[in-house]
Design a protein around this ligand. Sequence first.
Ligand code: GLC
Length: 430
Amino acid sequence: MNAANPSQALEHAFAVLRENDRGTYTVPTKGLYPFQWNWDSCLTALGLAELDEDRAWTEIETLFAHQWPDGMIPHIVFHVPSDTYFPGPNVWGTNRPTPTSGITQPAVAGFAAKRLFDRAKDKAMAAARCRALLPKIDAWHRWFYENRDPHGEGLVAILHPWEAGRDNSVDWDEALAQVPTTGIAPYTRRDTDHANPAHRPTKAQYDAYMWLVEHFRALGWDNSRLHDASPFQVIDPAFNAILIRACTDLAALADELGEAEIAARNSAWAQRALPALDTLWSAESGRYLARNRVTDKLIDSQSIGGLLPVFAPIPAVRCHAIAEHVQGLLKVLNYIVPSHDIGTAGYEPQRYWRGPVWLVTNYMIADGLRNAGELAVADRIARSSLELITKSGFAEYYDPKTGEPLGGGRFTWTAAMVIEFLRAQEAELA
Ligand code: GLC
């Protein structure tokens, strides 16, 4: 479905949201992803708010209704059975009342809650919904620092590439190569039934993903044991920056709502994490680099994971370097921001997180650049995003050179981000 002008684009975006709405949660797109995903839902809530504020809060509340007793918010909630997705509830074996996966995803909830609150037309309702959500989001943040930063360095590790939300990024190649793949149960992938296998992760990557799932399942999904027992522990700058932004936003929100303890705690986490994040900056690459905690080495990969930290309150000089880098990509690409830099090792323009443009990462980078006063580049990213949906519809991701739509179609968070970009454009014109 193409969209030729802003009002058509908005209508199309609303139609995609309605189509993927299951009443109290949305699915990313039917068929390929028939359940509720963590960061998809939180970002989708921003778009839903334009249709119905009450429904937007419900989206996040439904996710948090499935919080684990230890504080973790799982990456998938399997609300209803479906055999179009692998790995399903039986493979995860997490023994939750409503089945969920056993790993987490980027912590965007704190950011989303603040943004919804700030924009709410119904402030009384927003305050009440936020008061109930605050302790739950706070408990999730605590969970991260307790379970994923056992030595208190201020940076948390992901234990599975799926936790980063950038499943097959080049960033994980080196660490994933250390994950064994022998002994895993035979399995049949379902993603390649819905999307071109050339645009998806490889079989070798999938084997390692499944080994990790089976390994953690054998440990009873006991989060106090998983970190040290995992052969894959990667400190992703993007994942950490999103958590820092969420802590900062939650602190501001808690402060506004008179929750002093939550405010102080979250602000302290962010203050401790920011200098630690800065140790990942690479002057040579003009971006942050991931660190393999197992080998204690930085990972030399020119990916979007190193640009996304602009979403957090990082120093202005870093924001400026990132802005210049993104601007420079337009010399060699028609659409920005690619998930991996063209011309560097590992770049594949059509394979998922190894090159394609995703609107959700565009949104976070543009938001960070805007906050840092880098308005021209932020606007340029928004323009690229809207050009992509105009040309190719609401796809899961896009080829940065041709703009070709890739992966699943009629994608919920793509639609939500379009609503956000159009909203910003309208605000600027007003
Ligand atoms: C893919 C993406 C992940 C997203 C999920 C549902 O696994 O890599 O970020 O949350 O699909 O859209």
